[in-house]
Write a protein that binds this ligand. Structure first.
Ligand code: GLN
Length: 537
């Protein structure tokens, strides 16, 4: 039997309180105290995964090494813990039901009525325990999406209740994240919403072990006493979580509040060790004390929503911190850029990123942004669709193939410089069928990419259906757009560069999924450095 301990993180009062950040910060403290920790997210929606969701609905879709399309919180987990997650770290209601219904069809429950309890809850419990059973983790933190009281989360809360009985309370605890609102008119912090949300949990048979209270003002002893009294929690287990300057401050704030100590105590684990956060704090020091500043343009079509490009924004921050550079990101809507206004819109930027994406909307603006970066020697990083736009731009403006396009945007284009991948042609289902996850790439030693990575063989994460069309390889290469990274098995072009330009790199993969606080991604680091060089000129 494995003696993995389980921590459940639930949320009350309101969504968007930052459960993912609290879970990741707690995990960081426990990891820094010598425990091996992983974090799992349970999402109560019926989609099998977020891969088919529009970023406006759900923010970015994060991709793991093993090719799972997952919730963006997994990105936080990886960035904080510096260890990869996998499909097992993200489970949705859709996936749970799909498994149970498939089993029912196979006859696994023959003769029985299939019900939420026990069949759905058993499947939830099985998914929770999978990570513990690998034997790789002392502690598994499971974040439950949504808010306590939502109809959709009920089976998850019930599964947690049962697990506390199955495993014993010292092996499975609940951390409840809640909001303490401040009423400006009354100049008062209010505990009532929290009392209600804890009551809701208790009605489901769960008494939280720890309350983490999001607040804009410090909570005083009076508030702590009141919360403890009404919510069945000891005073030391009332943790204040005040608004932070950056999410990367939260582990230290939780350390000051003693979150790790209470949790270890409740789990009967020795709380004698002090978390070693030296490297983390080195990062923070550089992050907060920049010596230089650069202005980076992020060209995309979901720029209204910060979460849509979460991993890219975080990667930029990590990369800047590495060399003590503050990066101001200017999100620019691709639909607002035209041939006429590109110069006016982009002239003050030190570097340009053209973002990933799908579909026709906004692509002309992306192509114009590429052209502007290329013609004006501005450092350019094209990611996935951004790389494909660079190939199209070069084909149209240098090879003079005016109608060059991706067959994603124009199925009839006479010059399909970006075309659907061979093995995608037969694919009809949309969910989980792209080229996903880690694939190898061999880098040309004479390239900007090699200067960044210092290694020839890399593996990066992918999420696409279209690719560089090798029928145009010779023409494009001869005209100066060089393929500098290629999949060693299939010949698929992964990286393109303009050797005559100070820093112009397009990648078919998503480097942003692999950048962490302790390991900023080399391509982002090189790009930000090149942007600083450009600024200095
Ligand atoms: N839409 C493009 C493709 O499927 C690019 C995808 C992306 O940017 N992630 O190939």
């Amino acid at each position: 039997m494995s003696n993995t301990k389980y921590i459940f993180v639930t949320g009350g009062v309101s969504s968007s309180l930052g459960k993912g950040i609290i879970a990741a910060s707690l995990a960081k403290l426990l990891q820094a105290s010598g425990f091996s920790v992983t974090i799992q997210k349970l999402d109560p929606y019926i989609n099998v995964d977020p891969g088919t969701l529009n970023p406006y609905e759900h923010g970015e879709c994060y991709v793991t090494n093993d090719g799972a399309e997952t919730d963006l919180d997994l990105g936080h987990y990886e960035r904080f813990l510096n260890i990869p997650t996998s499909q097992a770290n993200n489970v949705t209601t859709g996936r749970i039901y799909q498994t149970v219904i498939n089993k029912e069809r196979k006859g696994d429950y023959l003769g029985k009525t299939v019900q939420i309890i026990p069949h759905i809850t058993n499947e939830i419990k099985r998914r929770i325990k999978i990570l513990g059973q690998t034997g790789d983790f002392d502690i598994v933190i499971t974040e439950i999406g949504g808010t306590v009281g939502d109809i959709e989360s009920l089976p998850y809360i019930e599964a947690v209740r049962q697990l506390q009985w199955d495993l014993g309370k010292e092996n499975a605890i609940v951390v409840h994240l809640t909001l303490i609102p401040y009423l400006a008119a009354a100049k008062e912090l209010k505990t009532k919403p929290t009392q209600h949300s804890v009551k809701e949990l208790m009605q489901s048979g769960i008494s939280p072990d720890v309350l983490v209270c999001r607040t804009e003002h410090h909570i005083n002893d009076g508030i702590r006493r009141k919360l403890a009294l009404f919510c069945n929690v000891t005073e030391e287990a009332i943790i204040e979580s005040i608004d932070a300057e950056t999410i990367y401050d939260v582990p230290n704030l939780m350390l000051e509040e003693g979150l790790d100590k209470v949790v270890l105590n409740r789990l009967n684990l020795s709380a004698g060790r002090t978390p070693k956060l030296n490297k983390w704090n080195d990062f923070l020091k550089k992050f907060k004390n920049p010596k230089n500043t650069v202005e980076i343009g992020l060209i995309g079509k979901y720029v209204e929503l910060q979460d849509a490009y979460k991993s890219i924004l975080e990667s930029i921050g990590h990369a800047g911190a590495q060399n003590e550079i503050k990066v101001n990101v200017h999100s620019i809507h691709s639909e607002d850029i035209s041939h006429e206004n590109a110069a006016k819109q982009l002239k003050d930027l030190d570097g340009l990123i053209v973002a990933p994406g799908f579909g026709e909307r906004g692509i002309n603006g992306k192509i114009e942004a590429v052209r502007f970066a290329r013609e004006n020697n501005i450092p350019f990083l094209g990611i996935c669709l951004g790389m494909q736009m660079a190939v199209i731009e070069y084909s149209r403006n240098i090879l003079k193939l005016k109608k060059a396009n991706s067959t994603e945007m124009d199925a009839q284009t006479p010059f399909p410089v970006i075309d659907i991948m061979e093995d995608q042609k037969e694919v009809t289902n949309k969910g989980g069928t792209m080229r996903l996850g880690g694939w190898d790439c061999k880098i040309d030693k004479n390239s900007k990419a090699y200067e960044a990575y210092h290694t020839e063989l890399i593996s990066e994460r992918h999420r696409h259906r279209y690719e560089y069309n090798n029928d145009y390889l010779e023409q494009l290469t001869n005209a100066g757009l060089k393929p500098t990274g290629v999949n060693p098995d299939t010949g698929l072009v992964e990286i393109i560069e303009l050797p005559t330009h100070p820093w112009f790199v397009g990648v078919q993969y998503h480097p942003e999924y692999k950048s962490t606080v302790l390991n900023p991604h080399p391509l982002f680091v090189a790009f930000i450095n090149a942007s600083l060089e450009h600024k200095k000129k």
